[in-house]
Structure formats: structure tokens, C-alpha cells
Design a protein around this ligand. Structure first.
Ligand SMILES: Nc1nc2c(c(=O)[nH]1)N[C@H]1C(S)=C(S)[C@@H](COP(=O)(O)O)O[C@H]1N2
Ligand SMILES: [Mo]
Length: 329
């Protein structure tokens, strides 16, 4: 799959009459937008799809038109958009893999603010679009390995997490970074009950967060993130199990001690704070030596071997020098 950030046609929607243009356009939308139109995306998505000239009213159009291509994952084949956007874990919208795609339309992703607190010189409430406007978006194709032993390849669009965190000038006491998902039971139906102590919480050690691989993602497949994939902003930490890649972030807090996180609290016998992908450390109920690479079906299970750090050892092994990864998992 080729994801090019070429300019869309200059003509407006009603001037498009040529059948082949229409078909190409449909094909493009299949790759980049898929079912999004049916899910009630706001202006941002309309702006991206309309091909209108850039204007200050469409800050995201400008940002997405100059996405930088990077070498990350250039040799990988991304999963089809339809797979990535329909097979999800986003418990705020239900526990079935298809629930988030069906139910996340209720999430209002604009305006969106992120509250930054704790051990940093620059704290306060920041508008996500301001952060995006002053950053350069990159495309990075990463493998995502869920603890449930499935994985897929996703062409994310985002900002290196370190670039964003450095803007807030963390102090020397900032040893960890804590992240929180939106808490709003009106928009996130499963937050009305259940066994999870909402909001969803995650965290990274500061050096993990500053590692160049860690990405703050605002898009995938050339467009804004669909709600079910964590719109409007999520973490992508590709060397860790997928649950570390927290979605729909509203809070970033720099802290001195290891923060409490959702999964390490909910299932402490499974994985802890680090949750690095490790084929040598089994889940209590299954082996982690192999994974189903999506798309996968009964006839073509597409089972592959799981790699240490999900294959990102060169980039991240130094973070854990001297640590026993069979104990600190
Ligand atoms: N807020 C929130 N973030 C979350 C989750 C969730 O339930 N809620 N699920 C996690 C899990 S278990 C995985 S595997 C990934 C899935 O991301 P994807 O649906 O984009 O593939 O999101 C992670 N981030
Ligand atoms: Mo997961």
C-alpha cells in the first residue's frame, strides 16, 4: 500500500464529473477514510477529504498536507484500513473487537485540550490543534503487538513524543510520565459501569517516553485517526504490548514515582508497568512466542514468531541495560 501525501485535486466536489476521477477518489477514500463518513466525523475530516485550498480555518489540512515520510517500516505491508479500523480494543466503547467501530461515533474530538501538570516548567491546558500546528507530522509504519497475541502493521501519522514533551520543559524530578484518557460516561458508554476504574491510565519512564520510537499519533493511513483508533490523539509505543498505547489522551502529568496504570492494577498477575513485548515471558493463560498477524483467518491464520521488543531491539534495548526483563515485565 502506498500512502502518498500528494495534493488532492484542486476542483471542488461538484466539478468532479469524470468517472475515473470518481473511482480513484473512492479508492483513495477507501485507503484513507474508509467508513469514516458513516461515523460522523467532524469538520476536520471533512476538510481533509474536500481537497479545498489550505486556509487558517483548516489547520489540520495544512499539517496533513506536509506529512514527512520516514524510513520506519518501509519494508512492511500495512494491514488494510478496514482491518485496522474495525478490529479494536477500546474498552470505553465495549469489549467486543467490533464494538469501538460501532459505538465510538459518539466521541466529540474537537475542540480537544490536553492538561499538562506536575514536574515541568510549562504546565496548563493546551489545545491539541495548536500542538499539531506547531509540529511537523511524520508517517511511521509500525507493528502493533497486542498482549492477546494478535498484531498488525499500521501507517501512523504523528509527532515524536519527545518533541512534544520537551516543549513542557520537564524538571529533573520528572522520572515518569503519566497519561490519562478522557473520562466522560456520556460519550464513552462503558464508563457508566464495569470493572475498570476509569479513566484508562498509562505511563512510561521518562527515558522510554523520550526514546525516538515513541509517537504521539494523530492520524493513520494519511488522515486523522478514526475515533475507534483513539482519536484525536493517542500514544504509540511499538516495542510494548498494545495496552501501553493509550487512546484519546486528555492529561499528561510528569511525576517522580512510577504511576499507577490501568492494566497493572486490573491484572497484576499478567503484566506490570513495563510490558515490553517478550516471547520468553508467557501470559498466565497463553504463550507469547507466536502471534496472529492480521489479516488472519481460519484458512490463513498467518501465525508468525513474536520478536523481542516486537523487533525494535536495536532502538530500545539500551533502555533496559542491567534490568532482568524476565522479572520486570
Ligand atoms: N483508552 C484506552 N486506550 C487503549 C485501550 C483501551 O481500552 N482504552 N486498549 C489498548 C489495547 S489493549 C490495544 S491492543 C490498543 C489497540 O489499538 P488499536 O485499536 O488502534 O489497534 O489500544 C490500547 N489503548
Ligand atoms: Mo491489547
Amino acid at each position: 500500500m502506498l500512502i502518498k501525501h500528494k495534493k488532492r485535486s484542486d476542483c471542488s466536489e461538484n466539478e468532479v464529473t469524470d468517472q475515473s476521477v470518481y473511482l480513484n477518489r473512492r479508492q483513495f477514500m477507501k485507503v484513507t477514510g474508509g467508513t469514516a463518513l458513516g461515523l460522523g466525523f467532524g469538520n476536520a475530516f471533512a476538510a481533509l477529504q474536500s481537497g479545498n485550498p489550505l486556509s487558517p480555518a483548516q489547520p489540520l489540512q495544512a499539517a496533513f498536507d506536509r506529512v514527512i515520510e520516514t524510513p520506519y517500516g518501509k519494508d512492511e505491508t500495512p494491514a488494510p484500513y478496514d482491518v485496522t479500523s474495525s478490529y479494536n480494543n477500546f474498552y470505553e466503547f465495549g469489549y467486543g473487537k467490533g464494538d469501538p467501530a460501532k459505538r465510538a461515533g459518539s466521541l466529540e474530538t474537537r475542540p480537544w485540550t490536553i492538561t499538562v501538570e506536575g514536574e515541568a516548567d510549562v504546565t496548563g491546558v493546551f489545545d491539541l490543534d495548536d500542538i499539531i500546528k506547531e509540529s511537523l507530522l511524520e508517517e511511521r509504519i509500525y507493528r502493533l503487538r497486542c498482549v492477546e497475541a494478535w498484531s498488525l502493521v499500521v501507517p501512523w501519522i504523528g509527532i515524536p513524543l519527545a518533541d512534544v514533551l520537551k516543549k513542557f520543559k520537564p524538571t529533573s524530578k520528572a522520572k515518569y510520565v503519566y497519561f490519562e484518557t478522557l473520562y466522560d460516561p456520556k460519550q464513552m458508554p462503558e464508563q457508566r459501569g464495569g470493572s475498570i476504574d476509569w479513566p484508562y491510565r498509562e505511563g512510561l519512564r521518562i527515558d522510554e517516553a523520550m526514546n525516538p520510537l515513541a509517537l504521539l499519533s494523530v492520524g493513520m493511513y494519511g488522515s486523522v485517526l478514526p475515533n475507534q483508533n483513539g482519536a484525536p490523539v493517542r500514544l504509540v509505543v511499538p516495542w510494548k504490548y498494545g495496552f501501553k498505547s493509550i487512546k484519546s489522551i486528555v492529561k499528561i502529568r510528569f511525576v517522580e514515582s512510577m504511576p499507577i496504570t490501568t492494566w497493572s492494577t486490573l491484572a497484576p498477575n499478567e503484566y506490570g508497568f513495563y510490558a515490553n513485548v517478550n516471547p520468553e515471558v508467557d501470559h498466565p493463560r497463553w504463550s507469547q512466542k507466536e502471534e496472529r498477524r492480521l489479516p488472519s483467518g481460519v484458512l490463513f491464520p498467518n501465525v508468525i514468531e513474536t520478536q523481542m521488543f516486537n523487533g525494535y531491539t536495536d532502538e530500545v534495548a539500551s533502555l533496559y541495560a542491567g534490568m532482568d526483563l524476565k522479572r520486570n515485565y
